[in-house]
Design a protein around this ligand. Structure first.
Ligand SMILES: CC(C)(COP(=O)(O)OP(=O)(O)OC[C@H]1O[C@@H](n2cnc3c(N)ncnc32)[C@H](O)[C@@H]1OP(=O)(O)O)[C@@H](O)C(=O)NCCC(=O)NCCS
Length: 217
């Protein structure tokens, strides 16, 4: 697989979503988290458009291959997350009657950082590019962003149906903090428990900043 690729299309990690990359990021998010977000943002075309329209491009790190976004990690910091859109936006996109239950579902997915925390709100790599170290580069860059903002830890949630992602996080120094059982969400969103994980951030993570633009395998 990788033998067919030239050095030029090796993914490079950078901060932010490049201008014009919004729809691509929305598509990656939908592909990765559709099961979870579809009840709130369906139908898919409309949901992807909603995500693309309300993205905060500066709340992410992305991986680019041949100029195309192939990976993204979003985070919430200082009151802004990669995925945006407030009450008014949801009601105007879906109507006031249909929008209200969607707001309730979106509120379930909302995560508020504690002081000194950067909260990740999703990491997704294009299926054709997985297993080449891109997810690892994105996680390191997010830690560097956290260090640059004086955060003492990164927090994320992982669902019980995603043990491989959890294994990846553990390899990157995340440890389980608590698990919330959500059996009532299994039918609707596909998972029955959410584990919150923490990774401490030290000044050494800021050094990773110098390697921004790093290449994957
Ligand atoms: C999780 C994910 C971001 C990792 O990106 P990646 O570029 O493949 O990561 P790396 O190459 O650095 O590391 C590979 C490791 O990621 C994890 N991983 C690989 N494929 C995965 C997949 N389809 N789903 C979940 N985790 C996966 C595994 O731990 C894997 O190690 P392993 O092959 O020894 O099992 C990517 O697989 C993905 O987008 N998955 C779907 C979305 C998702 O599950 N996001 C996490 C939500 S909490």
């Amino acid at each position: 697989m990788s033998g067919a690729r030239g050095a030029d299309d090796r993914p490079v990690v950078r901060r932010g979503v490049p201008e014009g990359g919004e729809e691509r990021v929305a598509a990656l998010y939908w592909e990765a988290f559709g099961r979870k977000i579809a009840p709130a943002l369906n139908p898919p075309g409309k949901g992807r458009a909603f995500i693309a329209t309300h993205l905060h491009r500066d709340r992410s790190v992305t991986a680019l291959a041949a100029g195309r976004v192939v990976g993204v990690a979003g985070y919430r910091l200082d009151g802004r997350a990669l995925t945006g859109g407030g009450v008014k936006d949801v009601l105007s996109a879906y109507g006031s009657c249909r929008g209200l239950p969607r707001l309730v579902l979106l509120a379930l997915l909302e995560r508020t950082p504690a002081a000194g925390e950067l909260v990740m709100d999703g990491i997704a790599v294009d299926a054709a590019h997985r297993g080449r170290g891109i997810g690892s580069l994105l996680l390191r860059e997010v830690a560097a962003v956290a260090a640059d903002h004086g955060c003492r830890r990164v927090r994320l949630d992982v669902v019980d149906t995603n043990p491989r992602a959890r294994a990846l996080y553990e390899r990157h120094g995340f440890t389980a903090h608590r698990t919330e059982r959500t059996p009532w969400l299994r039918g609707l969103m596909g998972f029955g428990a959410v584990t919150t994980m923490h990774r401490p951030v030290t000044d050494t993570h800021a050094d990773a900043d110098a390697t921004s633009g790093r290449e994957a395998r």
